[in-house]
Ligand binder design. Structure first.
Ligand SMILES: *[C@@H]1O[C@H](CO)[C@@H](O)[C@H](O)[C@H]1NC(C)=O
Ligand SMILES: *[C@@H]1O[C@H](CO)[C@@H](O)[C@H](O)[C@H]1NC(C)=O
Ligand SMILES: *[C@@H]1O[C@H](CO)[C@@H](O)[C@H](O)[C@H]1NC(C)=O
Ligand SMILES: *[C@@H]1O[C@H](CO)[C@@H](O)[C@H](O)[C@H]1NC(C)=O
Ligand SMILES: *[C@@H]1O[C@H](CO)[C@@H](O)[C@H](O)[C@H]1NC(C)=O
Ligand SMILES: *[C@@H]1O[C@H](CO)[C@@H](O)[C@H](O)[C@H]1NC(C)=O
Ligand SMILES: *[C@@H]1O[C@H](CO)[C@@H](O)[C@H](O)[C@H]1NC(C)=O
Length: 922
């Protein structure tokens, strides 16, 4: 869902941007204001805080009708309008949005002296969670009142109900407003625009009935109001004028009543997304024959999209994203001759794409990815789509166009992963001159990359061609895209050259060859600003050079599974931004240089499967950011240093298959990240300071005897693997406080003594392998408490006594216990004699819990070759979110440059409440 959520956000932003319009204030003519009103305004100003000095023109010396943001009647000179929104277009027509610098303070009673005030806009200021002043209800002349987004909270005063001339009332997007009932609104006989977004209305069950009395209503905004019923009650009067109805983000949790769409046939905009709606799209939707915007995304709608939907012939935006709709895309969509945006992604739509799609000559945005659509998409599907800029097609479709096809469109974004575009290279791409993002992963292209291609890509920001069979020698290519993912193809030659624009280069799993130093020390690459380099699984050779000072932007470096030899140079310590370093599965020898301590942000260090024949350095304890340390299969010898226990962030410690001797440190209980119960959701490898990235870490681990490749899901793994060393003495009992550990492998050492009695308190354990040691004593009864345990190997030790009875321990094969001659009881064939019979043991263990939890991990794709999307998970979601966000900023200049989600949400909220088409009615 992550990916298309981002797509969807883009869709919405695009939609809002397209409908957002700009209004500037008119200058007044030269009449003068009356003294009493000027003084009232000066008192009002005094009460306010004005950090931006927005009211600097409000001076006693100047006629108040000439003040900024004050409008007077041009005959009487009486103040009629106050435009004091904190969210306005400044001189440069840039939206200003600095919350710190808005009006605030106290709203003075002196406003009551403005007897002819009919327009008061205080929106998007910051009144610090104070209540809405009830005296505003006494400004009887008000026809327009906007208090939206101004950080008011508390109960909305009933006194506002006295404003019987109100045409426009906006109270939406405040912090924490609520109503006890809405009966006070019953005098709003002339109301045309009502915005109560994000006000808690759930205490008023009759909201629909009360609002239905507003016969002049044009727009009703009730998004995020905690409403729980859409069912109109008896005595309902139908709206004849309502044009905009926003009921999104509510909690309806029922079907859309068929009669609901009878309420107003005049609707132009209907927003019902994210509202827990169920059932089918009722046929009465056809009554809304003036509808232009229909947004039903993120509900749980089922059934088919009615073929008759084509009768809504004025539709411009149809958004059914993320429901459970099935059946085909109706061919009647060809009737939507005004349609500009169509989003049907993330449903279960099947069948072929109707050719009538090609008739939508106004279509700019088409997203139908993440469905079960099949069949062929050909040139006919695009015949009239000359305005198309965003294409999200990813489905298992055959994309079959002729090699000399000239598409009618110029795309900005093309998502075509999983579409069978190949086997030939899609030459039509060359016609696309404004493309910024192209994803054509797993598209079965197995062709030589054409000569024009690398030059053509130089203006494209994001290219993903991973998982194809594309061939080509890249020795002379100069890359200029921000993100290039060419993972898993057949590219060969020397590694390409990079401009300073490239931030992410993933060329893993190709056939690049030659000394790694040629690339790293190339003069041309000296200016690079690369953040991610993944060149793993290639044929790179030679030693790591001393050119790292040119690569100081690197945050992720993966050179694993090549033929790199020699030592790790001291100069790698200059990679101070490095978060993950993979050098595994090469021929690296020598020491681990202490300079790596300078890489203080390092979270993952994998030098496994090399020839490091040294001791584990003591300074490793200083690397307190390390979450993953993998040094397996080297020639490491000596003791495991106590300093290893300082790795308070470690979640994966893999030192297996070395020659380590001595004891297992007792201080392991200090590994605090492992001592905490599972909190995988909150762990991530460092954020990357740019948008678009889809890069996921990979790591090879052996959690349950088989080597598995982990991706982003590695954050859910908690593993200690010290197997196949020469460790001796007993397993420290302290280990049993590692409550978060999932996988423990101490097999093939020389461990003696008993299994720690409290091993059963490590409740998250899924796998224990203690096989091939010299452990003795009984199997601790607490082990029967390990309800998630799905793999156990205690074989070839000297354990004795009865295997404790539990659903769990008897479910394993006898092989799990074999080679312990004195062990008896189920599942071993040897039965226990009376002496061996323990006195007070009862079977424990709840198998049902286990299966649920277990499937959770499996579901997260623990190490399996899960589809690309499934792997990406939360991290991906976050990144693409930012992608969406930055892309939007790009489009609307660089206003409010913010980075936190909180502000993004605020901003979206603002967009949501931005008066869609209200400008038209004013
Ligand atoms: C405004 O001032 C101009 C001269 O400055 C005058 O000609 C005009 O009549 C005035 N308009 C009004 C409405 O007073
Ligand atoms: C005065 O205002 C009215 C209505 O706002 C407008 O129609 C009229 O043109 C204005 N007159 C002058 C002189 O600005
Ligand atoms: C609203 O006011 C509260 C109380 O002063 C403040 O903590 C909060 O940051 C304000 N919210 C916004 C969005 O400014
Ligand atoms: C709504 O009003 C229209 C005309 O004003 C009328 O034809 C229709 O029957 C009414 N619907 C209901 C459900 O009252
Ligand atoms: C790359 O394309 C540009 C125009 O887009 C052209 O001027 C330039 O010569 C091309 N370079 C190569 C090496 O083809
Ligand atoms: C490289 O990309 C940047 C922006 O990403 C663009 O401005 C520049 O023209 C590109 N350079 C070439 C040679 O195409
Ligand atoms: C199993 O766990 C329960 C509670 O978590 C505990 O009371 C019980 O003593 C444990 N059983 C054994 C045999 O340790």
């Amino acid at each position: 869902m992550g990916a298309s959520f981002a797509t969807h956000v883009l869709f919405l932003l695009w939609f809002f941007a397209a409908t957002f319009s700009l209004s500037l204030f008119k200058a007044e003519s030269n009449i003068s204001c009356i003294e009493k009103e000027k003084q009232a305004l000066l008192i009002f100003k005094k009460g306010l805080s004005d950090p931006r000095n927005a009211l600097s023109s409000w001076s006693d010396q100047v006629d108040c009708c000439r003040w900024d943001r004050v409008h007077c009647n041009n005959k009487t000179g009486r103040v009629t309008e106050l435009h004091l929104s904190g969210f306005y277009y400044d001189d440069k027509s840039l939206l200003s949005g600095d919350y710190e610098k808005r009006l605030g303070g106290e709203i003075s009673l002196s406003l009551l002296k403005l007897e002819f005030l009919n327009y008061l806009d205080l929106s998007y200021n910051n009144f610090n969670c104070t209540p809405i002043p009830s005296f505003l209800g006494s400004i009887g002349s008000l026809r327009y009142l906007d208090l939206s987004g101004a950080n008011f909270s508390g109960l909305i005063p009933h006194q506002l109900g006295n404003l019987s001339s109100l045409r426009y009332l906006s109270l939406g997007s405040n912090s924490d407003l609520y109503v006890d009932n809405l009966r006070w609104m019953s005098h709003f006989s002339s109301i045309q625009y009502l915005d109560l977004n994000s006000i808690d209305l759930h205490r008023e069950v009759d909201w629909l009935q009360i609002m239905s009395k507003f016969s002049s209503l044009l727009e009703l905004h009730l998004s995020t109001c905690q409403l729980d019923s859409l069912k109109p009650s008896l005595g309902f009067v139908n709206h004849t004028s309502l044009q905009v109805l926003d009921l999104s983000y509510n909690l309806f949790n029922h079907e859309i009543p068929n009669c609901f769409f009878n309420l107003s046939t005049s609707l132009v905009v209907l927003k019902l997304e994210y509202s827990l709606l169920k059932g089918k799209i009722p046929p009465s939707i056809l009554n809304l024959h003036n509808l232009e915007y229909l947004l039903l995304s993120s509900n749980d709608l089922v059934g088919k999209i009615p073929e008759s939907i084509g009768q809504l012939k004025y539709l411009k935006y149809l958004d059914l994203w993320y429901n459970s709709l099935s059946g085909p895309i109706p061919s009647s969509i060809g009737n939507f001759s005004y349609l500009e945006g169509l989003s049907l992604s993330d449903n279960q739509l099947s069948g072929t794409i109707p050719e009538s799609l090609g008739l939508l000559s106004n279509l700019e945005w088409l997203s139908i990815d993440k469905n079960l659509l099949t069949g062929t998409v050909g040139e006919g599907h695009f015949t009239e789509l000359s305005k198309l800029t965003s294409l999200y097609l990813s489905n298992p479709l055959f994309f079959n166009v002729s090699s000399n096809w000239i598409p009618p469109f110029q795309l900005d974004v093309a998502y075509m992963s999983y579409c069978k575009v190949g086997p030939n290279f899609p030459t039509w791409l060359q016609t696309q001159k404004s493309l910024r993002v192209i994803r054509m992963s797993k598209s079965e292209i197995s062709d030589e990359v054409p000569g024009w291609f690398w030059n053509w890509t130089s203006n494209i920001e994001v290219i993903d061609l991973s998982g194809n069979h594309i061939e080509g020698d890249m020795s002379d290519a100069v890359l200029n895209s921000t993100v290039l993912n060419l993972n898993s193809n057949h590219f060969k030659g020397r590694m390409p050259q990079l401009s300073a624009n490239v931030k992410e280069l993933n060329i893993a799993d190709n056939s690049f060859a030659g000394p790694i130093s040629t690339f790293l020390c190339l003069k041309r690459n000296r200016m690079n600003k690369l953040i991610i380099l993944d060149a793993s699984f290639n044929l790179l050779s030679g030693e790591l050079p001393d050119c790292w000072k040119d690569w100081q932007s690197l945050a992720r470096l993966d050179l694993g599974s090549n033929s790199i030899s020699g030592g790790i140079p001291h100069s790698m310590g200059s990679l101070v931004a490095l978060q993950t370093l993979h050098l595994e599965n090469n021929n690296i020898s020598g020491d681990i240089p202490s300079s790596l301590q300078s890489c203080s942000q390092l979270e993952l260090l994998d030098i496994g499967e090399n020839h490091l024949q040294v001791t584990i350095p003591l300074w490793i304890g200083e690397m307190t950011s390390l979450m993953v340390l993998r040094l397996r299969s080297n020639g490491l010898h000596g003791h495991i240093p106590l300093q290893i226990c300082q790795l308070s962030s470690i979640i994966v410690l893999d030192l297996a298959n070395n020659s380590l001797s001595g004891t297992i440190p007792k201080c392991l209980n200090n590994l605090s990240a492992l001592a905490k119960p599972d909190n995988g959701g909150s762990i991530h490898f460092g954020y990357l300071p740019y948008a678009y990235s889809m890069y996921v870490e990979n790591l090879f681990l052996v959690p349950k005897k088989k080597q598995l490749e982990y991706f982003d899901n590695v954050k859910f793994v908690r593993l200690i693997d010290l197997s196949s060393n020469n460790l001796s003495e007993s397993i420290p009992v302290e280990i049993s406080v590692l409550f978060g550990l999932h996988f423990l492998n101490l097999s093939q050492n020389h461990l003696t003594g008993a299994i720690p009695e409290k091993i059963g308190s490590m409740k998250e354990l899924e796998s224990i392998d203690l096989s091939r040691n010299h452990l003795s004593g009984e199997i601790p009864p607490s082990m029967s408490n390990l309800t998630f345990l799905s793999q156990l190997d205690l074989s070839y030790n000297s354990l004795s006594g009865r295997i404790p009875l539990s659903t769990q321990l008897q479910s394993f094969d006898a092989l799990s216990y074999t080679g312990n001659p004195q062990l008896c009881g189920d599942p071993l064939p040897k039965t226990c004699t009376v002496e061996e019979e323990p006195s007070n043991r009862t079977p424990i263990g709840r198998i049902e819990d286990h299966s649920e939890k277990y499937s959770f991990y499996i579901g997260l794709g623990v190490g399996f070759a899960v589809g690309f999307w499934a792997i990406c998970g939360v991290l991906f979601f976050k990144r693409t979110w930012r992608h969406a966000y930055f892309r939007f900023l790009d489009g609307i200049k660089d206003w409010v440059y913010v980075t936190t989600m909180v502000k993004v949400n605020w901003f979206l909220e603002k967009l949501r409440s931005c008066h869609l088409i209200s400008e038209r009615h004013r």
